[in-house]
Design a protein around this ligand. Structure first.
Ligand code: AMP
Ligand code: ZN
Ligand code: MN
Length: 928
């Protein structure tokens, strides 16, 4: 009995203990989970040594590695010529026989961690004809790995170079490594040669690799440990190789290990060369052959030098890892098709996510998420963050039991900081993977992103090649022939578009204007400089790029005192992605609104005109069109004019009075135009019922009366601004000029009195397309005529300020002065604003504050012009100019959200010229 009771108690205690252990474990997990769910990246509080690097040659972006440029280098290896010369004609003189080497390793070495110490090392190396090299790497907490230490040994000294502290300075050692007259001794140099290229653009020319010599000599082993043992009687602990070489100070044991790795190499090389010569002598009949073994070792060594470092480029992020996981899941049996497609998809998603996260955080893949965790997640598809967390922890601890060495935190801090994203990958397999990855990238590195930007990841959002690639090439692995050909077609049309519409010459000339006291007023284009110079208002003070100094005291200074934006040279690149080969001007505030702004608010437009590449332009334009619809709904102001009717009374002709009553009056301008166009071009050949349908549309405009050929021609012009008409006339050539002038009512008469604005229900897609093209056409022709916003000039008008804020101050003075003396070309059509036109001019008329929906006769009814005017009128009436400023801010916000631009000029700001306006007041309520 007593025994039984004792056992019972023991069991109870044991189970209580077990429960409490389980409980505390769970508690700990839960606590960790809570930490996890905080929306902040672990890197915010965990600095990594590589974060102090100012510059890296191999960043974590998906773009290829750029090698050093060297004159006369033909291939990708900058020293190809020098190395091939060595291969063809090795230097037999390299000979270590008279090297005086101290086999005894002294305990002293030179620790190199400052710039001056590095200079001393460089100075020492400049006296050497050979030196030995080894490097230590760190790869766990870095995506591509980095060199943590370089060991250099000469006959006299061992140097340990702290390549973390000196990361940005090491390049001063380049010449010694590239000098064919200096022999570098490595052991097993394949990796070191690449690492030195990757981190420092150090290229090794003239190498003697002791491992290659072992090969030539057919040694039983070729490890360094073996050589050290055999030639030097030194034992090493190669486990230290895997230690964390980022530690500072390095423990004595590691320092000694590192020193040893390079110290004996010269001596070993000397022994091996002697053996190679010996072999040559023994194995040859002809004494001239006696260097062959040495030469062979040299050739094999220098072949290594020819290798070039490349980043692994996959056609989709994580693709290679996914394939290897499939292979492992199968244990080498069966085809991939035997894994369920759901599992396959999850593995791919997780591998892609892991790849992206490793790049963002500069961590190795295995640190972010283990392969076994990916397999577990793909099999289980956990439904909530807690489940994700435990699945990963379980998978890793299962493997840990088998392999006690692994001590990585599981789940990793990366997973913990972004747990919800892992869950999204696993749960949401409907969403396009590209979209999720991009969203993740934005969440991490976008404005207000959760993770710190670094030299490793800042290029990532701008140059996500897979994203560009996948815009036309979604899911490479699902690709089929049809898709490919479509891609090709799409690419061709895009190329054509780029060729046709992008700016041919730099938009920003970066000319400068100085005030007469020498202060920089602004940057501008050449035209503007010329304008001042030809009028003797300024003198040229510098050329290339030219700068002028004004000869008069400007009435005011830039009101942007302290705003960098106007006083900086601007780059001719896409402000979003940095593309420099093609770009278009993009107006952040759509012209349909801007053109109606009061003059004083229009003067600073250069802030809101940016350069975008064709791809980013498309994205921004689409976002703007979408937002216009939102504005339209919010303000209750339709985007399009719904109906127009002929201004002239429908001429009551005998016999037609009856039919007129059956026609409702008015038709949308776009519909009218399309119908008239079709009838003019294809009328006789189209099916009669279609022709009748179109005729009735045109008749509706004319109030139901019968229509003639001339009516059709006139209908083509309905709703066009004068500018559009001129262009139209130009296109149609003389045929139009010869027709009766009365068919082209002048502006005054033709002011669309019968416009009825109804609702915003008109099908906008068609119109959008038409307008999209039209907008570009206008822009292009504007450029040709030298009237585009950034190079604007008018014969006798001062060019409106393109970049600077001084215009309104400086120009108004001169302008008035000039006007008083010379006659200004009056407001001919040229100077009249147009919906899609950038030409913003003071002669754009009137009517602000008027609530009448009467459209501006100079504004096209085919576009969003009337909508723009009504919105602006409303804002001015209700909120005054502040309303306009806030409206501009909303558009900048739309732009930033659409693109997350990375190359906006300094000083560019969503809040530009908005002072004291709380963001909360942004949402202007719609008119009652
Ligand atoms: P070593 O050439 O032996 O000095 O090795 C140079 C670097 O290569 C080390 O600092 C390690 O980062 C890496 N390395 C070499 N072998 C291994 C290994 N078996 N496991 C992990 N890392 C290694
Ligand atoms: Zn993060
Ligand atoms: Mn080593």
């Amino acid at each position: 009995m007593e025994k039984k009771a004792k056992i019972k108690i023991a069991i109870t205690i044991a189970s209580l203990a077990a429960i409490s252990i389980l409980f505390t474990r769970q508690q700990r997990r839960r606590r960790k989970l809570n930490q996890c769910s905080q929306y902040s990246c672990y890197l915010q509080s965990e600095p990594k040594p590589q974060h102090n690097f100012k510059r890296v040659l191999a960043d974590n972006s998906y773009s290829p590695f750029k090698h050093a440029n060297k004159e006369k280098s033909s291939g990708s290896h900058p020293y190809e010529l020098e190395i091939t010369a060595l291969l063809e004609n090795p230097r037999p003189e390299f000979d270590f026989s008279n090297v005086d080497l101290d086999l005894q390793r002294s305990d002293s070495f030179v620790w190199v961690e400052t710039k001056s110490q590095l200079n001393e090392l460089a100075n020492a190396l400049s006296k050497e004809f050979f030196f030995a090299v080894d490097t230590e790497q760190h790869s766990l907490r870095s995506f591509l790995g980095f060199t943590a230490l370089i060991q250099i040994s000469t006959e006299k000294e061992d140097y340990l170079v702290d390549t973390i502290a000196l990361h940005d300075e090491i390049s001063i050692l380049q010449p010694f490594f590239a000098d064919p007259g200096v022999c570098k001794v490595f052991h097993g140099s394949d990796n070191d040669v690449m690492w030195l290229q990757r981190d420092f653009h150090i290229y090794v020319v003239n190498l003697f690799d002791t491992a290659k010599a072992c090969e030539v000599l057919s040694k039983p082993q070729k490890s360094l440990a073996y050589l050290l043992e055999t030639y030097c009687g030194v034992a090493t602990n190669k486990f230290l190789q895997r230690e964390d070489w980022r530690q500072r100070p390095l423990p004595a044991e590691m320092l000694q290990y590192a020193q040893t790795d390079a110290h004996y190499l010269l001596y070993i090389a000397k022994c091996l060369v002697a053996e190679l010569k010996q072999q040559g002598n023994e194995n040859s009949y002809c004494p001239d052959d006696k260097f062959n073994f040495v030469l062979e070792a040299s050739r094999r060594s220098n072949t290594v030098c020819l290798q070039v470092y490349t980043k692994e480029i996959e056609s989709y992020p994580g693709e290679a890892a996914a394939s290897s996981i499939f292979f492992r899941l199968l244990n080498g049996q069966g085809g991939v098709s035997s894994i369920s497609s759901v599992t396959q998809d999850l593995v791919r998603r997780l591998c892609a996510w892991r790849d992206l996260m490793a790049r963002v955080h500069d961590e190795s893949l295995r640190f972010v998420l283990s392969d076994q965790a990916i397999i577990a997640l793909a099999n289980k598809a956990p439904a909530n963050p807690t489940d994700v967390y435990t699945t990963i922890a379980q998978a890793d601890s299962d493997v840990d039991c088998l392999n006690l060495s692994s001590s990585l935190p599981s789940p990793s801090p990366v997973v913990c900081s972004h747990l919800d994203d892992v869950e999204r990958q696993v749960c949401n397999n409907v969403e396009n993977l590209d979209d999720i990855l991009l969203a993740n990238l934005q969440k991490c590195l976008g404005p207000n992103g959760s993770c710190p930007l670094s030299v490793f990841n800042y290029v990532l959002p701008a140059k996500s090649n897979w994203e560009l690639k996948n815009q036309s090439n979604k899911f490479v692995y699902k690709q089929n022939g049809v898709k490919v050909s479509r891609q090709v077609a799409k690419k061709a049309s895009r190329d054509l578009f780029v060729q046709k519409f992008s700016c041919k010459s730099p938009v920003y000339h970066n000319c400068r204007i100085y005030a007469n006291d020498g202060r920089l007023l602004c940057y501008c284009d050449r035209k503007k400089l010329e304008w001042y110079l030809t009028r003797d208002l300024a003198k040229l003070v510098e050329d290339n790029p030219p700068a002028i100094m004004l000869l008069f005291e400007p009435k005011g200074r830039p009101e942007d005192e302290g705003n960098e934006f106007y006083i900086q040279s601007k780059k001719n690149i896409c402000v979003s992605c940095g593309e420099g080969n093609h770009y278009l001007r993009y107006r952040i505030i759509p012209s349909c609104y801007r053109i109606h702004f009061p003059e004083q608010l229009k003067s600073h437009r250069s802030h809101d005109i940016v350069l975008l590449c064709v791809d980013c332009h498309e994205v921004a334009h689409a976002a703007a069109e979408k937002y216009k619809k939102q504005i339209s709904a919010e303000f209750g102001i339709p985007l399009f004019i719904h109906k127009v009717a002929d201004s002239r009374k429908a001429e009551a002709r005998p016999g037609f009075s009856a039919s007129i009553t059956n026609f409702e009056a008015g038709v949308s301008p776009l519909q009218l135009r399309t119908a008239a166009m079709a009838l003019l071009h294809h009328g006789p050949t189209m099916p009669s019922n279609r022709r009748e349908e179109l005729r009735r549309i045109v008749m509706r405009y004319y109030g139901g009366r019968e229509i003639s050929q001339e009516d059709l021609e006139r209908a083509l012009l309905v709703g066009m601004s004068p500018r559009e008409r001129r262009r139209h006339a130009k296109k149609r050539g003389l045929s139009l000029k010869m027709s009766k002038p009365t068919d082209f009512p002048d502006r005054q008469q033709d002011s669309y009195p019968a416009v009825m604005v109804e609702s915003a229900t008109m099908d906008a897609t068609k119109a959008d397309n038409v307008l999209g093209l039209h907008a570009i056409e206008t822009q292009k022709s504007g450029e040709k005529e030298g009237r585009s916003s950034l190079t604007e000039s008018h014969e006798s008008k001062p060019p409106t300020c393109s970049n600077g804020g001084i215009d309104q101050l400086v120009f108004s003075t001169i302008w008035k002065k000039m006007n008083s003396t010379s006659k200004v070309s009056d407001s001919k059509d040229d100077s009249v604003g147009n919906v899609d036109d950038e030409c913003e001019n003071s002669s754009v008329q009137n009517g602000f504050g008027s609530s009448s929906p009467t459209p501006n006769s100079k504004v096209s009814l085919l576009g969003h012009g009337p909508h723009g005017k009504q919105v602006v009128d409303y804002l001015l009436r209700e909120y005054g100019e502040d309303g306009i400023r806030q409206f501009c801010q909303r558009w900048r916000q739309v732009f930033v959200e659409a693109l997350h631009p990375h190359f906006l000029p300094a000083g560019w700001d969503v809040m530009h010229r908005i002072i004291n306006f709380p963001v909360a007041s942004l949402n202007v309520s719609s008119p009652a």
